[in-house]
Design a protein around this ligand. Structure first.
Ligand code: ANZ
Length: 924
């Protein structure tokens, strides 16, 4: 008798797929392509928990579905394998991170294969592999050798910039560069020393070395990116983070800000994610205005988005970190102002920004002069002004800006309106467009007023129009070991690239993975970390690349992972194009997505790829939360009281391992064996059971609520796990893992299995023609699946499979013409059981090579109808009749009905109106 022996069946098919290379991404020129991608994992030491595969299962279903629908599918998997945890572990244990990484990858791969994913493993990439990071280094070199040309609106080679400098200098060159880049003529350029030229070019290169304020985490010994810092602490480990000036490599991502914004209109992502990207980029159109300082040579430049309000400026405010602020403090204000600055500096910008209640600041004692009307206004230092945004100085217009208003109120400064009500009735154009009446700008909409004001500024040489982005250039170095070395050496303090033929520049061996005693990065421990050229031997860069380097282009490498001469063959990246479906967590909404879009646009400018947006459609799966269980210890004892009785005692709740709890009932023996201190635990039971409390929390080791997919697979099988993860709810939703419903899913698969087997458990299907009802049950499910795949609604497909199998079971259907397409239909979700059934049906090839069953609408057309029978205008009964009946036959059937006869009471109806397919109307 053939039971549904899931473990055997699953292992058999996993071995079959591996042996037959079933999921190799093949290119059949007659078929369209579909590229489905998962955000690749960092292989952590803890292995996968049930939350991780959620997105992978969804993309696997889509990949399998698309293959059945006749697409060439690329569905790869790999590892983002450089990173902090392996390094922290190496520091603690002395184990080389490459070894732990390798072990973790082996474990991950086993776990993934156990779930039956249709990954093309021949395409696997690992970012920490020298064959891979050779090309990450190569991209870095290309960025170093490029600048952003604003006329061409793209990256161009640094050589072309040099030839411009040689012929026309830089004054008329429109290129993105550092803020304070000096102007020079062609003659001056040509007279520069090599050293001076290199220094100047660094101000233009798309990756450059400059002194930057960074988030320095001394506990981790490294710089962190903004998205790795939460409220002044490192996201990993929760160590304090301070702002510090350091020489750092940066990526000039701001050059791409506008294209990164515009590109969002072309992609199919959720609005909230697009909005997060827009906010991160934070484009503001405004102007820089220069204010003179009274009795001083100093000038203050402010950035404003409302230059039209300049007549309402009543004071200037500077960031407390500003050097200028310190210089402007007069003797009589010194004590107060310096005391304030001291306090403010110890608060991070984030802290100062998020705290809107505390209004603090100090008057410097100096005055600025409004360039528009010559008025003298006070210069203040204020908490709400950020050093890192715009110019770090604001012209305050309390009547029109809330923060200025609050500040002015607090310190009793003047509040002056600039808008006068001289507009015509009904013409008030709303918030952005009131009419200005301020001397030279009269009766004009704000936008025009702005343009006028900016023209005025530029004419008078007191300012200029300026587009400001909130986004900063991205810091590109870490003082860490486990990352890509930068292919850079230093000669006379200036950076030069190593020769391309020397790539990959392989990570050197070191004796310890810690920074050196004098604070140098771990690579300083390597004995031979130098670069030999014809001119001599030079020190190599000791920092490594950040975590986001390798993940910013991996989707290209998947198309051609073994290429040794190029980062990927253009014909291949062209063929697979943009990722058609990208699934991953929304925690990467800013960092990873911005960086990979930036690199894609850069590679596009280079002409080495043909797409400039990497991810066409993206879905962000919700997190699977843990469902924690609790036991209640009676304080000061080793007694544990069951949930229902706990209020009768003085207890405290303790997390208990969810793996020794079944449907909230604690396994007492396993509990005693769980930890030595619990061996002599005593229990106060209810109804002979110990019932645990429960709560939904983040899935984490410390909460003992981590569920390992391997355990679920051992008990129920991978197909059950896959279906169950989908069944939990809409993919995007956050939802708790609750094993209580898993039996239902498992039973469904058994029922499916039984459809193909007789009562004796033997495989048996019939070649007889199915009934209309059987066809209808099948085609309803086909239709639903097609719709669900369009909308990426996975949970609803599982329900429709259940309905279909229930209906077919009720109909005792065992027809081949139903069961063959049914297996194909369910195969993307439950690939193992359906492979087995498919082969039992006599098919020699894998079910993955089948064709998706065609939906036939005609099966859904109803064959019968519930006719309402009206007698003298009242509905008295409904009778079910075949829709093919003629009017006469309907009449005959209606009159023969017992209820109708009762109402007619032996009388013949005077009038009979019959509308086929609608109604029967009798008048007596
Ligand atoms: C005068 C003014 C009048 C302003 C008004 C606003 C409204 P966004 O849109 O975010 O770019 N600002 C400029 N630099 C700042 C800094 N470093 N820290 C804090 N605030 C700063 O905001 C730009 C506006 O924020 C600028 O325009 C400036 O105030 C302020 F009715 O200038 B505004």
């Amino acid at each position: 008798m053939a039971e549904y022996t899931f473990r055997e069946i699953e292992k058999k098919w996993q071995a079959y797929w591996e042996k037959n290379q079933t999921f190799l991404a093949k290119v059949n020129p007659d078929k369209p392509k579909f590229y489905t991608l998962d955000m690749f994992p960092y292989p952590s030491g803890a292995g996968l928990h049930v939350g991780h595969p959620l997105g992978y299962i969804a993309s696997d279903i889509v990949a399998r579905f698309k293959a059945l629908k006749g697409f060439n599918v690329l569905h790869p998997m790999g590892y983002d394998s450089f990173g902090l945890p392996a390094e922290q572990y190496a520091i603690q244990t002395g184990q080389h991170p490459a070894i732990t990484t390798e072990q973790n990858i082996t474990r991950y791969t086993e776990q993934l294969k156990n779930i039956g994913f249709a990954f093309d493993w021949s395409k696997e990439v690992r970012t920490s592999n020298p064959d891979y990071y050779k090309w990450t280094q190569w991209i870095f070199m290309k960025l170093f050798n490029s600048y952003y040309d604003q006329d061409a609106d793209k990256a161009l080679s640094i050589e072309s910039l040099i030839s411009k400098f040689e012929t026309i200098g830089n004054a008329s060159v429109k290129a993105v560069c550092d803020d304070e880049t000096p102007t020079f003529s062609a003659d001056e350029w040509n007279a520069f020393s090599d050293q001076e030229k290199q220094e100047m070019l660094l101000k233009y290169r798309l990756t450059f070395l400059a002194e930057t304020t960074v988030n320095w985490c001394s506990a981790l010994g490294t710089v962190l990116s903004n998205d790795e810092v939460k409220d002044g602490f490192s996201e990993r480990g929760g160590h304090p983070v301070e702002r510090k000036k350091m020489m750092q490599w940066s990526m000039r991502i701001t050059a791409y800000a506008d294209r990164l914004l515009k590109g969002l209109d072309k992609v199919d992502w959720s609005e909230p994610i697009k909005e997060m990207q827009r906010n991160w980029i934070g484009k503001s159109i405004g102007a820089e205005v220069i204010f003179d300082v009274k009795d001083s040579e100093e000038k203050i430049k402010v950035f404003t988005t409302r230059v039209d309000t300049i007549y309402g400026v009543t004071y200037l405010a500077l960031a407390p970190e500003s050097d200028l602020a310190a210089a402007l403090i007069t003797e009589d204000q010194r004590e107060q102002a310096e005391a304030y600055i001291e306090v403010a500096k110890n608060r991070s910008e984030r802290e100062r920004m998020s705290d809107v209640k505390t209004i603090s600041g100090a008057f410097t004692g100096s005055y600025a002069i409004n360039p528009f009307n010559g008025e003298e206004i006070q210069i203040w230092v204020a908490d709400y002004v950020l050093a890192g945004y715009g110019t770090g100085a604001v012209m305050a217009v309390p009547a029109h800006d809330e923060r200025d208003y609050n500040f002015a109120k607090h310190f009793d400064l003047e509040i002056r309106q600039v808008i006068e009500g001289s507009m015509e009735e009904g013409s008030f154009p709303g918030k952005d467009g009131y009419i200005i009446n301020s001397g030279f700008i009269s009766n004009m909409y704000m936008k025009e007023a702005m343009i006028k004001a900016i023209e005025f500024l530029e004419e008078k040489g007191i300012g200029k129009g300026k587009i400001q982005y909130r986004m900063r250039d991205a810091i590109f170095t870490r003082q860490r070991y486990w990352g890509e070395p930068l292919p850079v050496y230093f000669k006379e303090g200036l950076p030069y690239l190593v020769d391309e033929k020397d790539l990959p520049l392989v990570l050197p061996e070191v004796d310890k993975y810690l920074p050196t005693e004098d604070g140098e990065p771990p690579l300083a421990r390597a004995t031979d970390w130098t670069y030999k050229t014809a001119d001599g031997e030079f020190p190599l860069e000791k920092s490594t690349m950040p975590g986001w380097a390798g993940s910013s282009w991996y989707f290209f490498r998947y198309t051609d992972p073994k290429n040794e001469s190029e980062f990927a063959d253009k014909a291949k990246t062209d063929y697979w194009g943009s990722v058609d479906l990208y699934i991953g967590g929304s925690e990467h909404a800013t960092g990873h997505l911005l960086y990979s879009r930036f690199w894609t646009k850069f590679l596009y400018d280079l002409g080495v790829v043909s797409i400039d947006e990497p991810f066409q459609k993206m879905i962000n799966q919700g997190m699977i939360q843990g469902r924690s269980n609790f036991v209640y210890r009676v304080k000061g004892t080793n007694q544990f009281v069951s949930h229902g009785l706990k209020d009768q005692y003085d207890t405290f709740a303790m997390h208990v391992d969810v793996n020794i709890v079944y449907n909230d009932q604690l396994n007492l023996d396993k509990f005693k064996a769980w930890r030595p201190d619990l061996a002599d635990a005593e229990f106060i039971l209810e109804d002979g059971k110990y019932i645990c409390g429960s709560e939904v929390e983040k899935m984490s080791k410390s909460k003992y609520n981590v569920v390992n997919p391997d355990d679920i697979i051992e008990r129920y099988g991978a197909d059950t796990l896959r279906l169950y993860e989908m069944f939990l709810g809409p993919l995007e939703q956050f939802k708790p893992w609750n094993t209580n419903g898993i039996d239902g899913v498992f039973k469904f698969l058994r029922k499916l299995w039984n459809l193909y087997h007789n009562n004796a458990g033997e495989f048996q299907v019939s070649d007889a023609e199915p009934s209309q009802k059987e066809y209808k049950a099948l085609h309803k499910a086909i239709k639903k699946l097609e719709e669900d795949m369009e909308n990426f609604s996975f949970n609803t497909s599982v329900s429709s499979f259940m309905i279909c199998v229930n209906e077919l079971t009720a109909l005792k259907s065992n027809k081949r013409k139903i069961l063959e397409p049914l297996a194909i239909l369910i195969s993307p979700y439950a690939p193992h059981i359906t492979e087995e059934l498919w082969s039992l049906l006599g098919n020699e090839e894998s079910i993955t090579k089948a064709t998706f069953p065609a939906f036939d609408e005609s099966y859904l057309v109803e064959s019968s109808f519930e006719y309402p029978v009206m007698i003298n205008g009242k509905m008295r009964v409904k009778i079910n009749l075949d829709l093919s009946l003629s009017k006469d036959q309907i009449q005959e059937a209606a009159l023969a009905d017992e209820t109708v006869k009762k109402w007619l009471d032996g009388k013949a109806p005077k009038k009979i109106i019959i509308v086929p397919g609608k109604i029967v109307n009798l008048v007596v």
